[in-house]
Structures are given as C-alpha cells and as structure tokens.
Design a protein around this ligand. Sequence first.
Ligand code: C2E
Ligand code: CA
Ligand code: CA
Length: 262
Amino acid sequence: DLEQNMRRATLNSCNEFEVYYQPIMQIGAEKNVCCGAEALVRWNSTELGFIPPNDFIPLAEYLGLINPIGEHVLFEAVKRCKYWNDCGYPDYKVNVNISVIQLLQPDFVAKVKTILDKTHINPKNVTLEVTESLAINDMNRMKNVLGKLKALGVCVALDDFGTGYSWLNHIREIPFDVIKGDQNFVKDLADDAYSQSFIKMVAELAETIGVSVCVEGVEQPTQYEVLQGMKVKYIQGYYFDKPMTKDMFESKYASLPMKDKE
Ligand code: C2E
Ligand code: CA
Ligand code: CA
C-alpha cells in the first residue's frame, strides 16, 4: 500500500511531499538569532494521511524513490531560502538532508548544480546534511562526491555524529563545515556527565579543525543552560521551535516588517 502510493505520489510531481522548516539558532553572548532552517519533509498522502519521514524515508531509499523525492525537497528548500535571502535575510541558510543513496547517483552533483543555477541562490547559503549512521563502505567515493559538492560552493554538514564510528577517522580529510551531534547525547544532557563530555569533546575537536557545531534535539531549559558553557555555535530544538510549514516559518522568522526595513 505504502509502496504503491509512494510510486503514484512521486510520478505526480511529488507535490504531496511538503517541506517543513525548523529554525536553527545561532547562540550569542547577548541574544540568540535565527540563522536559517533545516528542511524536513512530510508526506501528506491523499490516501494514507500525514506520514512523518521516519515512516517512509527508509522505504523510499529501498525503492530508489528517495532520488525524485530528495530532489524535490532540495529544489523547494533552496527556492524558499533564496526568497528569504531576497526579502531582507541575505544570510539565512537552509539545511537539506541528503540520503547516501542520492550521493551515490552519478548525476547527483550535476543535479545540485542545476538547482543552484535555476534558483540563483548564493551557494554558501545551502548546507547539505549527510548522516554518519549509514554504513559508508566506500570512503574514497564519498570523499570525492563531497569534494565536488564543496567545489560548487555549498556547505556540508555531518549529521547524527556519534551514532557510528566510521567517520571519526575521516572528519579531518572531509572538509565538513558543520558537525551535528546525535540527539541521543542531548536527552540526558542536564544530569549525565558522559553526554556532557561527549558534546564538549565534539566541540573541542570541531574547534581544532575549524568546523562549527550544531546541537539538535534541545527541548529543556536545563539542557540549554548546560550548552551555554560549551563551544557550541548553533542550537536546534523544540526549546526554540518545532518544524513548521513555510508560511509559519516566514511569519515568525522572515516576516514583512524586516523586509520593509531593508
Ligand atoms: P534528522 O535529520 O536528524 O532531523 C532532526 C529530527 O529531529 C527531525 O525529525 C526533527 O523534527 C526532530 N527534532 C528537532 N528538534 C527536536 C527536539 O527538540 N526534540 C525531539 N525529540 N526531536 C526534535 P523529523 O522531521 O521527524 O525527521 C526525522 C528524520 O527523517 C531526519 O532526522 C532525517 O534523517 C530524515 N529526513 C527528514 N527529511 C528528510 C529529507 O528531506 N531527506 C532525507 N533523506 N531524510 C529526511
Ligand atoms: Ca538532519
Ligand atoms: Ca540529526
């Protein structure tokens, strides 16, 4: 059922796949400011209702349908970010999750380039998130693709850091711009010394190699307070906001009054 519906939805120009946006906050000494958003896909299936990504991405990857779906998400998110950039938020960035299946398509880099060209976005405002949890067998191939993507001017983030170990040896060689620690290390952050050490370690490591750290899954004020003492540049989580529709994101974080000021 899921498979048939997904095939139909992707043939149908992917418009059942809606992109939500969760703000990413840059942590400052005096105040925190929104610096963009992570794009997170949801499937509004006419047949099956609202389906969260964890319930369909694995099947989409298995069926190869993640390629058209992922391309749709990337195009929508980049178009939206370009709009924010033009409306008085020139430095807002959008982060888009890229499946390893997409990365291994021979034409993936060309597809990204087409989207950058079509939208006229400043490539530095696009961050592609790749996850460490998927088994990466061919590290040289991965390094090659990520290198080509970086050459287009986009940023690359390592997502879910800490869930696998394969990348630890490679974070020096692959020029990541951002490392996102896995959410599990945030859950007990307020009272678990191990989680605190993990995030501190990632932050130290990142600083040494000139990479920023984003901590996601921050829900509680106590978690946020613990992070304030660490070298963490970006925070994302329900503590600030949940993922929301583009209209909600725009009314809250990219609103007209600011546009008028420009
Ligand atoms: P992710 O990339 O690690 O995204 C973060 C997930 O954590 C999102 O779940 C987000 O809604 C959730 N989250 C954010 N803040 C909090 C918080 O404070 N507490 C808790 N408990 N959760 C928080 P979501 O949107 O359900 O997405 C789940 C996963 O699905 C994503 O994890 C990502 O791996 C995948 N995904 C989502 N959109 C796409 C996409 O367009 N392409 C691909 N390939 N994967 C996607
Ligand atoms: Ca992500
Ligand atoms: Ca993550």
